[in-house]
Each structure stands twice: as C-alpha cells, then as structure tokens.
Design a protein around this ligand. Structure first.
Ligand code: SER
Length: 592
C-alpha cells in the first residue's frame, strides 16, 4: 500500500482513538525527568512516571507520534535504514487492557489498515527464562488471529525483552512483528533474529510488567502496562516498497535539496553515503535546535551531540561540494516538511538557520589547522594508535568530534585510544561542572530552584503588566529564564514610563509578600480558557494542560516548575525595559 507519512500518522491516531485512546502531543526531545540519558529515545520514555503508577491526566489509554533521537548507531547512518532521528508511533495501556486486546488490534491494524497480507507477517514472542515465563499466551493469541504456526518464533531476552529506556525503569517481555520480504530463508535456522534481510521489523508490543532496579534485579510493577512502538520511517519504507528510508516522502524533499545544492545525485555510488549522512544529521540537528527545550552546539551533553552531528554532516558534505549556508538551507527544507506536525520548528526557523550557519563558520575556522595538526600527528606516530591525549587535543583545540578523528584515522589505517579520550573528556567535564557549581555557591539554591522562582515571578509580572498597562493587546511573545534573571517579551506599542515600571514592581512584590500558595491543576485547554487562564493555546487535540494559580494574583497555563509559595521569591526588581522589535517590548528582571 502506498501511504504517505501524513496518512500513516493519521491512520494510527484514528485507529487508537476509535478504541478509546486519548491522542497526546509528542514530548520534548530533551527528557525532563531522566538524567540517565541525553535524549528521548522511545515513545514510552516521557511516560515512565505513568507506567510506574502515577495517573496520567489524559487517562489510561494513550497514543501519539513521538520525536526520538538515538545516536548509538551513528556510524551506521548512510545505510538503508539507520536514522539518528525518527518518529515512533505508539499506544499505551496504563494498567488497563493487556495482551488479549493488544495482539488482535495489532493484527487488525497491520492487515486491515495497512493492508499487509497475513502470510507475509512473522512474529516473535519471549521464550522464557528465570525472570519471566515463556509467553505461550501471546503465541496462542497470534495463532487465533491467523498467523501461521511456522511464522511464530520464540526468542530470548536479547530479542524479546524491551527496556528500560535508561538504566532503571519499566520493562518486560515483548512480541515483535516482522514483514517477510519474500526472500528465501538464508539457512534452515533463518528467523526474524537473523539479519539476512528476509524479515524486517515493523512493530513492537511490550508487555511491561517489571521494573528494573539499580542492582539489576526485576520487581513486578503495581500495574500491567502495554507499550507499543512503530518506527515511522521504516514502516513507510516497507509500506512504500522502497529499499531505503531516504526514498520515503519524509526524506525525499531533503535529499532533493541536497542534490540540487551539490549537483550530485544519490544514484551516484560515490555520493550516496554523503547525501544520506547530510540528510539524516541535518534533520536531527533541526529537531534538536528547534525543540521546545532546544539546545545549541556546545562541548557538553546534548550540545556536544548536536555539534558532532553538524560537524559530521559538514565533513561528509564537503566531499560532495556543499558550501557555506547550504546546511541551513537543507534545514529550512526540513522545517517546511514538518512544520504542520511539529509547529515548534516553524517558530524557531530563524534560530535553526543561524545556529547551523554559526557552527559551520566556527568549524571551518579551525578545520584547516586541525587537519594539518592531524596529518603531523599521523606522520610522527610510532604505533598504529593515536593516543587519547592527542585525540582530546584535536577535540578541545580544533573542535574535532571524537568519531571524526576515529573515521579519519581509519581512512589512514590507524586506531584511536578511545578509552584514553574518554578519560580526558571526563576530566574536562568535571572541571566545567565544578566551575558551574562554583558560580552558584554564594546563592541559596541550586540552579533548578532559582529558575523555578523566576518562572513564578514571570507569571506574576505578566499579570501585573496586563493590569498596569490596561491594554488588551499586552500578551506574552517570548520568555527566557536563566538562573540569574528572567527575560520577557510582550506585545505593547510604546516604552513604559518609569511610573509604570515601578507600579509593576510594586504589584509583584505585593503578591510575594501576600505569601500565597502556588497551586497546580490539570485540565483541558478549553477549561483553562473558560477559567480565564492566560497562556499559549497552541496545543493539539483537546489536550490536558497544567494551570498554575496564585491566589487572585495569577492564573496561567505553564509546564512549570514553580516555587511552592510566592514568599519564596524574595524581592522583585525590573532591571531593564527596552524595545525588542516593532510592537514588542522586552523586560529583564531579577529576584534579590
Ligand atoms: N518501547 C518499545 C520500543 O521502543 C515500544 O514502544 O520498541
């Protein structure tokens, strides 16, 4: 069946909506609650608290398309199916239905909605071990649906166990569904566990009934969940009968743009890998910068991954003649393709472009010297291994991401002491963290608490601005909070007078002194609007939002976090009121 990405997302949501699921929006790519990983890696990841038992405001049956980033396989990018960014279609039962419903629904979706023939489907189920018994129940359900016995395979933990997403958390046995390409079996033992290409995975249903603890043991969860995930790009590739994800409709305009800019074609065997690497990495970078909690290139954490992606794209892109500004032009094509589904990308269009251009400029400034340094290093090397110290110097001084050094070394028959690099990297990170802690030592709180207080102060100020300026057009246009200050942009046609600035400060300080509690309620956007809450109403599908109330002083939709009582805020002072752009004013304020 020829199905586009838009149609597949829609079919998915409609199918599960008709079975009592609430559609939810994709969460941020930057996990809010899990310090053990840098990016959201699966649809279930943002739902961990709910899989562990906390009630979800949208109910017990959920479905979505979630943005995910996995960079573990970055070296594989360029082959037919590896992507560093992908969308995962998912549905969940939070302690509600279980196998009896999920297996027949999966069968129905694959055969009726996607039109796959039952004979072309193969499934795997968990073979059982000391932690969990063999899943005969699921196998029987598949058989009842119509899957032939010879197409049901029992496999062990390596293949039929999913999770946790981080180091600890919910996990369990799963059943995976595969499309049989019709190729002959590569051997008598050929099964979906085999990577000969006969079977391609389309969907994974996890029966999540355990929590993996820090000591490696498993304990039963208080509720039995279902967590399923279908990778959108790979599903499209299979459905559209294509041999790579880059030919699917999500990648096609991006690949075309790269072909246009480089003058090279992806049917050229010399150019295809570079085209794919640029397409994949720039798509991922666009989503990371344009995320609602987006980051910019740096030398630590998510910023470093982003830097690696951009620099790797630039290195490959230079082999097909891409020039300055070409990568940001590719990013614009990504924004255009996805803006309707992920409106945050359109909001950050200008930022995405300038961050990519700036990173390219920074990289190109040091690249030439770095390559000279690298050549010198190789020339004088006594062994076949580049020491970790030297790889770190290339990283630290010339901005060479590690795997770039590794790849360049490989091209010349050298290895790199990766462990040595890691040790140096860790040392550097600890130093920079110690620096950050130092900066806040004098304060009374950690950075999280400081920003939470400034968030709360922003709500009070927003309300005070509306009251003091008494203009219905006064509305938030932007907000940026660091541990030191808040910055707030709002629509208003002229400069504020010193009296107005003072009146806003006084109102905020009065609310702080009133020591009212900050309460949070979850409700639908419609209810929030009806109660007079202010905020951005750009959410999808009648979604649930958090509304923060501070007595009579403020009611606003916000993701949090916030102080518990207004008195925690101290004293509020506006440091600057200035023009931001036509019709938009900018305030910077601090808590003292
Ligand atoms: N968490 C499972 C996966 O990533 C199913 O959503 O495959």
């Amino acid at each position: 069946m020829k199905i586009t990405s838009e149609e597949l997302r829609k079919k998915w949501i409609e199918f599960f909506k008709a079975r009592g699921h609430a559609p939810i929006s994709s969460a941020s790519l930057i996990p809010e609650n899990d310090p053990t990983v840098l990016f959201t890696t699966a649809g279930m990841h943002p739902l961990v608290p709910y899989l562990l038992g906390q009630p979800h405001p949208a109910g017990k049956r959920l479905c979505d398309a979630q943005k995910c980033v996995r960079t573990g396989d970055i070296d594989e990018v360029g082959d037919a199916a590896h992507c560093t960014f992908f969308e995962m279609l998912g549905n969940w039962s939070l302690g509600d239905y279980f196998k009896n419903e999920m297996v027949p629904w999966s069968y129905e979706f694959l055969t009726k909605e996607l039109g796959l023939s039952s004979d072309r489907l193969a499934v795997t189920v968990f073979m059982g071990d000391d932690d969990c018994p063999r899943d005969d129940e699921t196998a029987a359900l598949w058989e009842k649906c119509g899957i032939k016995k010879e197409n049901i395979f029992y496999l062990g933990k390596k293949h039929n166990w999913w999770g946790p997403a981080g180091q600890t958390g919910p996990c369990g046995p799963d059943t995976e569904m595969f499309f049989d390409t019709g190729k002959p079996k590569c051997s008598a033992e050929c099964s979906p566990a085999c990577d000969c290409g006969k079977y391609v995975e389309v969907w994974n249903d996890v029966f999540m009934q355990f929590n993996k603890n820090a000591d490696g043991s498993f304990s039963p969860l208080c509720q039995k969940n279902v967590d399923t995930g279908m990778g959108l790009e790979r599903a499209l590739m299979n459905m559209q009968g294509l041999s790579s994800v880059y030919e699917t409709d999500v990648f096609l305009p991006i690949v075309k743009k790269i072909e246009e800019l480089s003058g090279k074609s992806s049917s050229d065997a010399q150019a295809v890998k570079a085209i794919r690497v640029v397409a994949d990495h720039i798509r991922t970078a666009t989503f990371i910068i344009g995320d609602e909690r987006g980051v910019t290139p740096s030398n630590v954490d998510q910023g470093y991954i982003l830097r690696r992606l951009l620099r790797r794209a630039i290195r490959f892109g230079s082999t097909i003649g891409l020039k300055f500004g070409d990568y940001s032009a590719v990013a614009e094509t990504v924004v255009d393709k996805y803006a309707e589904v992920y409106p945050e990308l359109a909001v950050s269009r200008a930022k995405i472009k300038s961050e990519i251009d700036e990173e390219q400029a920074r990289f190109e400034r040091t690249l030439e010297n770095g390559i000279k340094e690298f050549e010198k290093l190789c020339k004088f090397l006594q062994t076949d291994t580049i020491p970790g110290k030297s790889a770190f110097r290339l990283y630290d001084t010339y901005g060479f991401p590690l795997e770039m050094t590794v790849e360049m070394a490989k091209e010349r028959g050298f290895k790199v002491d990766v462990d040595g690099f890691d040790a140096k990297f860790k040392e550097h990170r600890e130093k920079s963290h110690a620096g950050a802690e130092q900066r806040f030592k004098g304060g009374l709180a950690d950075t999280g608490e400081l920003t939470a207080r400034l968030h709360t102060a922003t709500h009070l100020m927003h309300r005070a601005l509306k009251d003091v300026l008494n203009d219905p057009n006064v509305n938030q246009r932007g907000s940026n909070i660091t541990p030191e200050r808040l910055r707030f942009d709002f629509s208003f046609g002229r400069a504020m007078t010193p009296e107005e600035v003072k009146a806003v400060e006084d109102k905020v300080n009065a609310a702080i002194q009133a020591d009212v509690p900050v309460t949070c309620e979850e409700m639908t956007v419609e209810d929030a609007k009806a109660q007079g809450a202010v905020g951005l109403f750009a959410s999808k599908y009648g979604e649930m939002v958090k509304v923060y109330t501070m007595g009579e002083y403020s009611k606003e939709i916000c993701g949090g976090p916030h102080a518990a009582r207004t008195s925690e805020l101290g004293h509020f002072r506006i440091v600057k009121e200035q023009s931001s752009s036509a019709g938009v004013r900018r305030i910077k304020a601090v808590l003292e």
